[in-house]
Design a protein around this ligand. Sequence first.
Ligand code: GKR
Ligand code: MG
Length: 419
Amino acid sequence: MSSTPGTRIRELIVTPIAFRDPPLLNSNGVHEPLALRNILQLVLEDGTVGLGESTGGAVRLERLMAAAKAVVGMDVFDTTAVSAAIDAALLATVPSSHERGWTTSAVEVACLDAQGKLLGRPVSDLLGGRVRDAVPFAAYLFYKWAEHPALDGRPAVGDDWGEALDPAGVVEQARLMRERYGFSSFKLKGGVFPPDEEIAAMRALAEAFPGQPLRLDPNTAWTVETSKYVARELADVLEYLEDPTATIPGMAEVAKDSSLPLATNMCVVAWEHLKPGIEQNAIQVLLTDHHYWGGLRRTRELAAVCEAFGIALSMHSNSHLGISLAAMTHVAAAIPNLDHSCDTHYPWNSADDVIVPGTLELRDGAVRVPTGPGLGVELDHEALDRLHRVYLDSGRRGRDDTGYMRRFQPDYELRLPRW
Ligand code: GKR
Ligand code: MG
């Protein structure tokens, strides 16, 4: 591809950061006090900067650094070649296409942000234009402790969400989520307590929020038989049940027995999983995630595949900040067949954002699609420097929910399925 002077990539700067995260429980343990992300600044020869955000940790950081070497001198509009160059650079050391996808995706988002800035158009326009002005999100509810307990001389760290360890606590958290952000659909992260307790929590939510969409995601904490049982019990309560059990064949077994749609962000996470997933009718809803499906354009293509095969679409999230939220919002705005509100961890982490406040706001359970050039968000350099220092000082280089849980419950074991 020929390139206009100035549109070639001069440098890709990757900055690892750490930000506060509450003690959220899941089937693997509990979130540590700091979550990790990598922030990308793709600098073009003319000085334009495209932003990206990806999961954190030393392993992903190293791959992004390899990508940074591979893309120098390439044209920012040539995203297919940019992704191919990164893929080729990682192939020998990263055999999984899903794993390579995390890296190519982050860089593609930064390219699209830069393209939008050069053209003076929002990223949603580069994806075919927005079909909605605001993107609906679900309240992402977690069982949680009231605070991170004191540890190794560090005092306890509380937050303003309180404890949620039973149905009443979950309903209270949902009320707070609705009060603060206006959410009208709710997802509970399950796989923490025995299934009957989580069934009771979902029933309590249904009673507290009649007619509002609800979903439950135990991250494969259950056997096929337990999953069938929960699916039967909650058939009239949930819009979908997410990853009750592991693997495509496991999910297919549950689906045979259930009228409740099954959703995943765990067993279909790469292009080669689509064929078996569809052939075995393992899933009825796919949670897309541009962070590993190859970026925003590939997510748009994935939506078309899902449309062709009658698979409904929702969106997955991990702990994240505003650059990711902006990217999620742009791509969700450009997908006609988005059937469910998207997931977001943003309320848990937004206090430590790296973007200048003002553009992105969760209001009435939705985020208005930014209309400024590119992603429409601006990097707060001071916040980035501060969170980078937090990362360096913390010594943390990966996520370990299980290890952290063991600090408080030494006999805690990671067992999947647990029930
Ligand atoms: O943050 O604890 C968490 C979630 O469990 C996250 O790790 C999952 O990737 O949100 C995710 C999901 O929907 O499975
Ligand atoms: Mg999930």
